[in-house]
Design a protein around this ligand. Structure first.
Ligand SMILES: Nc1nc2c(c(=O)[nH]1)N[C@H]1C(S)=C(S)[C@@H](COP(=O)(O)O)O[C@H]1N2
Ligand SMILES: [Mo]
Length: 214
């Protein structure tokens, strides 16, 4: 077998990178692949909002409609993006609202340990509160100054650069504060609960005791 053409290109694109620039097993694709389960929601669904709920400090949910969310302070983060199917993007400029802004405006109760981030059609991803609160994690509206396309998650997606990209729901609609960990969509379907690309935490069979709930 010869190496597929696309992989030769990928190797060429990775040439000149320091050996530790890509997590183990990752390659550089041409462009930005689109990857998700299920259909793409219609752009700007009527009545869009983002809702923070579950174990909030106030005991009440907080909801932003599109206009309210557009008024939140915005940040820019330059970071990499690693998909468990092994493609990586390097040095994207992501613009949007930092998770720390939501945590400040809709604080979790003191006993919150994890969050579940929810998207259209019931997609979800769980992570430790500390991972969600990471300084580079943000709800993104633009990549490299371009608005997200519908396929890439418009109007809003989460990006958590230090975890595999399935932890970043496209078409995000909610954040649920949890007082104990619970598996999200892919985490229930054989993917690793923690998803650190540098440790190649791809599949749930690799989990050590304590890495996730049953
Ligand atoms: N709502 C939703 N978000 C999702 C997914 C999905 O299936 N549904 N797939 C995840 C996975 S596995 C990856 S790699 C990235 C891909 O993002 P992209 O299509 O913008 O490259 O989206 C993540 N977010
Ligand atoms: Mo992925």
């Amino acid at each position: 077998m010869t190496t597929p053409f696309s992989r030769l290109g990928a190797r060429k694109r990775a040439q000149g990178l320091p050996a530790d620039r890509l997590p183990p097993g990752q390659y550089l694709p041409r462009g930005w692949p689109v990857l998700h389960y299920g259909p793409v929601p219609k752009p700007a669904p009527a009545g869009w909002d983002l809702r923070v709920f579950g174990a909030t400090a106030s005991g009440r949910p907080t909801t932003w409609d599109a206009a309210g969310f557009a008024g939140l302070p915005r940040t820019e983060v330059t970071a990499d993006f690693h998909c468990v199917t092994k493609f990586s993007l390097l040095d994207s400029t992501w613009t949007g609202v930092s998770t720390s802004v939501l945590l400040e405006l809709a604080p979790p109760a003191v006993d919150v340990t994890h969050v579940m981030v929810w998207a259209e059609y019931g997609y979800s991803a769980n992570m430790a509160l500390a991972d969600f609160a990471d300084a580079a994690a943000l709800f993104v509206t633009h990549r490299n100054s371009e608005p997200l396309s519908a396929e890439h998650g418009a109007p809003l997606r989460l990006v958590v650069p230090h975890l595999y990209a399935w932890k970043g729901p496209k078409w995000a609609r909610g954040v649920e504060y949890l007082t104990e960990d619970r598996r999200g969509f892919w985490e229930e379907r054989g993917y690793h609960n923690l998803a650190d690309p540098w440790q190649e935490q791809r599949y749930s069979y690799q989990e050590a005791p304590g890495d996730g709930p049953e």
